[in-house]
Each structure stands twice: as structure tokens, then as C-alpha cells.
Design a protein. Structure first.
Length: 123
């Protein structure tokens, strides 16, 4: 496998950034469109599409989502990003421990299977 060329690397980065910008534009555009139409889109006099899912409670602005990471998760508590970081470090430690235990157990079973003539046959 050959290393990725710098032009391919740049093209991948541009693609990722473009997709992120597209998601942001669709997100905020859907919110603005639904707010301007009163959270209801009338197609015919008998057909109305409910756009209430795009209100600020169910689909907040992206800035509000980012600001919530700086606010405390509980009253007088640490900011949410600190709680999430501590939880992710704990989860990482648990997964590394589980991986290590599985590797040790697999190695022990491999040694047992290799040195046991009864288990080698598989009969």
C-alpha cells in the first residue's frame, strides 16, 4: 500500500469541510424556513406538513449546542465538557482493560490448546 499523495490528502480535507458546511447550512436553513412558515407548510387547503420538529426546543441552533458544553451540567457543577471528558477517559480505560484481559485469556487458551493432545484433535 502506497502512502497517500498530498493532493489526495488535501482533496479529502476539502471534501470533509464541504460536507460539514453543507450540514450546517441545511440545519440552519430548515430552522429558518420552518420559523418563517409558522412551523407548518401548507401544500393544498387540505394538506399541511407539520414542521414543529424544527423549533428551538427540539432542534436548537448549532451555537446553542456548542455553548451548552461550557455551561454546568448541574447547578453549581463543573462545565459539561469536563464531565464528558472524564467519562470518556474512564471508558477508554475500561476498553483497554477489557482488550488486555481478552488478549491474555486468548494467549492462555492458545497455549493450552497447543500443548494438549486431547484438545488438539478436536474429536
Amino acid at each position: 500500500m502506497q502512502p497517500q499523495k498530498s493532493s489526495e490528502f488535501i482533496q479529502t480535507g476539502i471534501t470533509i469541510v464541504s460536507l460539514l458546511i453543507l450540514v450546517v447550512l441545511v440545519w440552519e436553513g430548515a430552522k429558518a424556513f420552518s420559523r418563517e412558515n409558522g412551523y407548518a407548510l401548507v401544500l393544498t387547503p387540505d394538506t399541511t406538513i407539520d414542521l414543529s420538529n424544527f423549533n428551538d426546543q427540539q432542534l436548537p441552533h448549532l451555537g446553542a449546542i456548542l455553548n451548552s458544553f461550557m455551561e454546568p451540567a448541574q447547578r453549581n457543577g463543573p462545565p459539561l465538557y469536563q464531565i464528558l471528558f472524564k467519562a470518556s477517559v474512564f471508558t477508554l480505560g475500561e476498553s483497554i482493560g477489557g482488550f488486555a484481559m481478552g488478549a491474555v485469556l486468548g494467549f492462555i487458551l492458545a497455549v493450552i490448546f497447543t500443548h494438549s493432545s486431547l484438545l488438539q484433535r478436536g474429536d
